[in-house]
Design a protein around this ligand. Structure first.
Ligand SMILES: *Cc1c(COP(=O)(O)O)cnc(C)c1O
Ligand SMILES: [Zn+2]
Length: 402
């Protein structure tokens, strides 16, 4: 009931084919026969989870799952007040099994790998994709090969990939180099590629949109703001909202708003320059390692998502990211890694520029958990205070400066 289709030349491929991009080089999308899908709000009662939306997930076999999805949607009034808006929510994807939204894509992608009879799965990663692939590879009992940019991966993510048994290779190069290499490796060795160029990953990630609609009482927000790296997630979430609208479950689709770090912002520049394609950045740099990407594979899809939905894209500085990370943590109790905080930093900047209406209902997606990158946390927080083990010393320290 579905096939793969090129977004450029519209060539079709059977769902049984192992293919990641069209022969013309274009990105592929999973296309359903929507007239045969009957899904109502009534069918969607009960606990949230990725596999609850099976009618819109292109997999036939039993899923490889660790109960991904069902992440909280928090109303964040203190943040809202501080940025001058009224109705702001945070969808905290750091609450997935491995601490990032990548799990939604991997549960679907690894299940698909088994369905296609693939024996080894592989990816390039800035960290979270490798952690997630190692975990789902372990659960499925298939080897996971992960290529990382040496010295540029947050320790928590590396620890996960190692402990869960991934074959971890650190390459001397950046993420874009690693991705090029792993695509070649998968072609030559017959490994199954699970980067977000693989359209099945995005089919899992689109469930973020389904859950937001459900959590808001079967309504789309006016705007969704999220960090953009390879630009798979913004594409996936947009597709999710469009599908729910098409099936009559919601009435509108939010303005998709992508945030990038100033030092890694090819999508923002393409949007601002009204360009049809991005200009690759050869030396992307930002503290937000998860979005330290100069050549986003899903750029063309993301540009369409942003433009069609009437959204926008904006950059934020590393200082703005760190400030937003602190605000989420100390105003709202939400612990996120730097890349995730860029959504709040972007919200603040766009609100200040007057580009977000005060009455808009906005959902910011926080993509990964604070504990992923504790080295960064320790480098930007005050040092713990070491004292003697006496009540006097404790009291002195507690009341110091007050
Ligand atoms: C992967 C990732 C992103 C970027 O998502 P894309 O789909 O590549 O745009 C952002 N934040 C975190 C924490 C991630 O792990
Ligand atoms: Zn094509």
């Amino acid at each position: 009931m579905y096939h793969l289709e090129c977004i450029e030349c519209h060539k079709r491929y059977k769902a049984t084919e192992i293919i990641y991009t069209c022969s013309c080089g274009g990105l592929l999308d999973v296309i359903y026969d929507y007239s045969s899908i009957h899904l109502t709000k009534n069918d969607l009662k009960g606990r949230l989870s990725v596999w609850k939306y099976r009618a819109l997930i292109p997999v036939g076999r039993e899923p490889i799952t660790l109960n991904e999805g069902g992440t909280p949607l928090y109303r964040v009034d203190r943040i809202a007040k501080s940025v001058g808006l009224k109705d702001v929510y945070v969808k905290h994807e750091g609450m997935n099994p491995t601490g990032s939204f990548k799990d939604r894509g991997m549960t679907v992608g690894v299940t698909k790998a088994l369905e296609l009879g693939m024996k080894t799965v592989a990816c390039a990663s800035t960290g979270n994709t490798s952690a997630s692939l190692a975990v789902y590879g372990a659960k499925a009992g298939v080897p996971a090969v992960v290529l990382l940019p040496a010295g540029k991966v947050a320790l928590g993510k590396l620890a996960q990939a190692l402990m869960h048994g991934g074959k971890v290779l650190c390459i001397r190069g950046n993420f874009d180099d690693a991705l090029k290499l792993v695509r070649d490796l998968c072609d030559k060795e017959g490994f199954y590629l699970l980067n977000s160029v693989n359209p099945y990953r995005l089919e899992g990630q689109k469930t973020i949109a389904f859950e937001i609609a459900d959590q808001l009482g079967w309504e789309a927000p006016d705007r969704v703001v999220l960090p953009v790296g390879n630009a798979g997630n913004i594409t996936a979430i947009y597709k999710g909202f469009k599908e729910f609208k098409r099936l009559g479950i919601i009435d509108s689709v939010p303005k998709m708003t992508g945030i990038q770090a100033e030092g890694a912002s090819p999508i923002v520049r393409a949007i601002k320059n009204d360009a049809d394609a991005i200009t690759v950045e050869s030396k992307p740099e930002t503290i937000a390692t998860a979005i330290r990407i100069g050549n986003p594979v899903n750029a063309i899809k993301a540009l369409i998502a942003i433009r069609e939905s009437g959204g926008t894209a904006e950059t934020v500085t590393d200082d703005e990211i760190i400030r937003a990370q602190h605000e989420l943590a100390s105003f709202e109790g939400i612990g996120v890694e730097p890349a995730s905080a860029s959504s709040i930093a972007g919200l603040r900047k766009l609100a200040r520029m007057g580009l977000i209406d005060k009455d808009e209902k906005v959902v910011c997606v926080t993509t990964g958990h604070l504990l992923k990158d504790s080295e960064h946390v320790l480098s930007v927080c005050p040092k713990p205070i070491e004292i003697d083990a006496t009540i006097e010393a404790v009291r002195k320290a507690v009341f110091a400066g007050s």
